[in-house]
Design a protein around this ligand. Sequence first.
Ligand code: HEC
Ligand code: HEC
Length: 227
Amino acid sequence: MSTFWSLWIIILTSTNLVLLFWILMANRKKAVKGEETKEAQTTGHVYDGIEEYDNALKMGFRLFANNCAICHGADGGGNPGFPNLTDKDWLYGGTPEKILETITHGRKAAMPAWVGVIGEESVVDVAEYVLQISGGEHDAAKAEKGAKVFAANCVACHGADGKGNQAVGAPNLTDKTWLYGGKPATIRQTIRDGRNGVMPAQQELLKEDRIHLLAAYVYSLSLEGSN
Ligand code: HEC
Ligand code: HEC
């Protein structure tokens, strides 16, 4: 055989191999996560070959779509009042144990309505203070008055530094992640009228093994999230 033809055969064979490998990977990704290629890629890299893990995630994805997506969004990215489950910002804690506890028993948040306690002027002042500690535009004079209101009324749950408390689901107020929204009017409304987010308990609705699959799935979402 001439050098040309043997070279040709080598090229054909290796192109074929590459193609085969590509088809394999493409199908693998599909099997893992439907269209969700971002998650699938990570799975492919880190857990290559662990068939059961893939299946568990696939089932987790379906269970999530059927039971959770209506509130948390199809990708778990959340909606106003319904937390993003793909980030590292947790109201109640992001360990597998805490996630399992949240899903099993549900959660009820108790952010009191403050207007009757501190009055509208202090609502406005303390909202400016919340804007200040979260790095937003604020009225400095009002924020200064608001700091005192905060120290007297809010630190019990949100902490002296405003960083929140997972034991009561009180969010960190010093970051740019908002459950209800970070616009001045929304913050004032939250403080004025209170908020009572409810995560429904799943223990009466879903079997235990399914709840475990969902907890693993949610945990995996947050691992793959960017912040
Ligand atoms: C008894 C505990 C408690 C106290 C006291 C409390 N909060 Fe809260 N706060 C919470 C909880 C719990 C949430 C989350 C509500 C939810 O998830 O529905 C919250 C939510 C908020 C939010 C919404 C944050 C977001 O991400 O959208 C703001 C703003 C806020 N609180 C400000 C305050 C201010 C200002 C005070 C004092 C005047 C205060 N809170 C006092 C428990 C408390
Ligand atoms: C009816 C709407 C609703 C449904 C359905 C729902 N959730 Fe939630 N979930 C919430 C709300 C609201 C919160 C936040 C509670 C609060 O404000 O404190 C929450 C909180 C959570 C948290 C805690 C997040 C954190 O930051 O600590 C997890 C985890 C969670 N949900 C998972 C799930 C899973 C898994 C399902 C499906 C089985 C599900 N949720 C179904 C409304 C819902």
